[in-house]
Ligand binder design. Structure first.
Ligand code: ADP
Ligand code: 5GP
Length: 202
């Protein structure tokens, strides 16, 4: 078992995942964010290497098709490719860090098959509120907002596959819930690694 664990966070776009993660990660030591590769163009303010590794379709396919694949998981979302780099994640886990993967439901399904992740789904209080937040963020056209809302409905059906559900109604409460989940999971895993208590025997 690796020293750290993978924390998968999925949420329909615009639910506040980035806002929540920024607050939790600023507060809890030992958490690192896995920077994904994507073929989507950068949004204003996004930086290569910090928000994403922005690559061409050809570069993405070359990494994906290595043997073994350079990606732990990958998916096509909203017409673009996204993937989690294998080497970066494995190295961080070995260092004892917990690695946050901000990935979609297809990616979460792949990670569950190969690792033992902790999975958290973040949902909006309602689809109307999600639409307001997407418009308020000002980064999408009406066309991409409509696409993201349609996808949100589909993605929300997968919420029951996750270990935890956090509803981002009041931001401070959502942040506190995610913090509590991570702290609890650290205690649970530590118990197994230390062998001080055998799993299943309470
Ligand atoms: P995501 O990363 O899930 O796409 P963002 O973190 O970019 O979403 O949030 C989308 C928009 O909603 C941002 O403008 C953000 O400030 C706002 N937002 C996030 N959480 C809340 C909340 N609990 N209440 C109101 N607005 C929020
Ligand atoms: P955005 O374009 O808004 O940054 O992300 C769109 C969607 O792609 C989000 O649901 C996000 O979680 C997902 N995503 C980002 N990186 C990855 C990744 O590496 N793998 C997968 N499967 N999904 C990703």
């Amino acid at each position: 078992m690796s020293k750290g664990f993978i924390l998968v966070i999925s949420a329909p776009s615009g639910c506040g995942k980035t806002t929540i993660l920024r607050k939790v990660m600023g507060d809890l030591p030992g958490l690192v964010f896995s920077v994904s590769h994507t073929t989507r163009p950068p949004r204003p303010g996004e930086e290569n290497g910090r928000d994403y590794h922005f690559v061409t379709r050809e570069q993405f396919i070359a990494i994906r098709d290595r043997e073994p694949s350079g990606f732990l998981e990958w998916a096509e979302v909203h017409g673009n490719f996204y993937g989690t780099g294998r080497d970066e994640v494995v190295a961080r886990l070995e260092q004892g860090l917990d690695v946050v993967l901000d990935i979609d439901v297809q990616g979460a399904r792949q990670i569950r098959r190969t690792a033992e992740p902790v999975t958290v789904f973040i949902a909006p209080p309602s689809l109307d509120e999600l639409a307001r937040r997407l418009r308020g963020r000002g980064t999408e056209t009406e066309e991409t907002i409509a696409l993201r809302l349609r996808n949100a409905e589909i993605e929300m059906e997968a919420a029951s596959e996750y270990d935890y559900l956090v509803i981002n109604d009041r931001l401070d409460e959502a942040v506190e819930s995610l913090r509590a989940i991570i702290i609890a999971e650290r205690s649970r895993r530590r118990r197994r690694i230390d062998g001080t208590q055998v799993p299943g025997i309470i």
